[in-house]
Design a protein around this ligand. Structure first.
Ligand SMILES: Cc1cc2nc3c(=O)[nH]c(=O)nc-3n(C[C@H](O)[C@H](O)[C@H](O)COP(=O)(O)OP(=O)(O)OC[C@H]3O[C@@H](n4cnc5c(N)ncnc54)[C@H](O)[C@@H]3O)c2cc1C
Ligand code: SF4
Length: 358
């Protein structure tokens, strides 16, 4: 992705000074991973009242069987080119200046943070990706914005989004059926009803998806998809759920992000290692664990966080396959150091969880 992205920058002359990237480096990602600390002064997103046509569609959806998941109302997304441009302008004026630092942070009740909320409009064709990229670049030059925020945002659109689209057209037709880890567990019911889980990170994120059909990238990757991956849920079942639940879902972006990035079901075509993490990551990057009935530091026992026992169980179950992934060797060494009795308990707890929850 990094090299693809650099070519995009050169090809379209984005944030370039001749042949060199503005600021002397291509990527400022390391500046953009701050955990949430204290009170964050997050911007308000821009929303719209439904027009007559939208209201008519809302009534149709309410009276059809499709309305069984999530809240049909309030529906506050834009539906026209004019509204999409307003969202873009709002993002550039209000969120872009500080888009970067808390890009990966998750905070209870903060559904949108500094994120752009532009994916539905881009995917529908109401906005062109290049106009979005150029609007961000222009704001950088006009207002001397923080480069790590502007570069970070441009990398999402010109880098990740285009890379995912390119990959979708490049991979074989059977890509959506891939299942490298041979995961077959059914999707737990709480994915369709957030009230059925006491795991606070999942509860908060799923509640948000139910009400607005949106969660930001790290909630999608490190809460929803991570949980499906480490607990061994079928990649096709979780992809089906994402497809049904999100406002910006399309085959091309869903398959690459869920099957490839989230579930590593393609065996590493897209990502260089599985995005698998224990409660340690969730506790560092969010405030969810503070209000949870589970303990983010417990791996076994009554208070053990399922993200913990599933994480170690995942590493243990796939030790053989993962040992060929260079970037996993450090963590596999930690697995080797775990006492046999603890590992046996972890395996047992993971098995029992499925029989109680699926
Ligand atoms: C499991 C999983 C499922 C996802 N499903 C979708 C989906 O159905 N539709 C979708 O558009 N994106 C999807 N994404 C990618 C990304 O999470 C969303 O594009 C982003 O969260 C949309 O919110 P935003 O507009 O506020 O994004 P911001 O965080 O503000 O990012 C700006 C823009 O960058 C683009 N972008 C960033 N990362 C990606 C990516 N990995 N793939 C494609 N575009 C990207 C989007 O167009 C987005 O609008 C998924 C990611 C994961 C991990
Ligand atoms: S303790 Fe575990 S389940 Fe609870 S919020 Fe933290 S990571 Fe999620």
């Amino acid at each position: 992705m990094e090299y693809f992205y650099r070519e995009g920058r050169q090809r379209y002359g984005v944030l370039m000074e001749g042949k060199h990237p503005v600021g002397g480096q291509w990527n400022f990602d390391k500046d953009n991973r701050k955990p949430p600390k204290g009170k964050l002064n997050t911007p308000q997103p821009i929303w719209f009242e439904p027009d007559a046509l939208t209201q008519q569609v809302i009534e149709q959806v309410k009276s059809s069987h499709y309305s069984s998941y999530g809240a049909v109302e309030p529906f506050r997304w834009g539906v026209t080119r004019t509204q999409a441009l307003q969202v873009l302008d709002h993002f550039i004026q209000t969120c872009l200046p500080t888009f970067g630092p808390y890009q990966d942070a998750m905070v209870t009740g903060e559904t949108t943070m500094w994120h752009a909320m532009l994916s539905p409009y881009l995917n529908l064709g109401l906005l062109h990706p290049l106009e979005v990229v150029q609007a961000a670049e222009q704001a950088y030059f006009d207002r001397q914005l923080d480069l790590s925020s502007v570069e970070g945002f441009i990398r999402q659109v010109l880098g990740w989004r285009e890379y995912m689209h390119g990959l979708y057209t490049y991979v074989a037709d059977d890509y959506p059926t891939r299942n490298w880890f041979q995961h077959t567990q059914p999707l737990p019911n709480f994915f369709w009803d957030a009230n059925q889980t006491e795991m606070n990170c999942l509860h908060q994120t799923l509640k948000q998806v139910e009400s607005m059909a949106y969660a930001h990238h790290i909630q999608r990757l490190m809460i929803l998809s991570n949980f499906a991956l480490i607990s061994g849920i079928s990649p096709q079942e979780i992809e089906h759920w994402f497809h049904a639940a999100f406002i910006d879902a399309y085959d091309w972006v869903m398959q690459t992000n869920v099957i490839g990035m989230g579930q590593f079901a393609d065996g590493g075509i897209l990502a260089s290692k599985p995005y698998a993490a224990s409660a340690n990551y969730v506790n560092k990057m969010s405030d969810y664990c503070k209000a949870c009935r589970y303990s983010p530091t417990a791996r076994t026992g009554e208070k053990a966080c399922p993200f913990n026992f599933f994480y170690w169980d995942f590493l243990d179950r796939h030790r053989q396959k993962l040992s060929n992934q260079g970037r996993m060797s450090f963590i596999l060494k930690n697995l080797d150091k775990m006492p046999d009795t603890e590992l046996a308990e972890i395996r047992q707890q993971a098995r029992e969880w499925h029989s109680q929850n699926c």
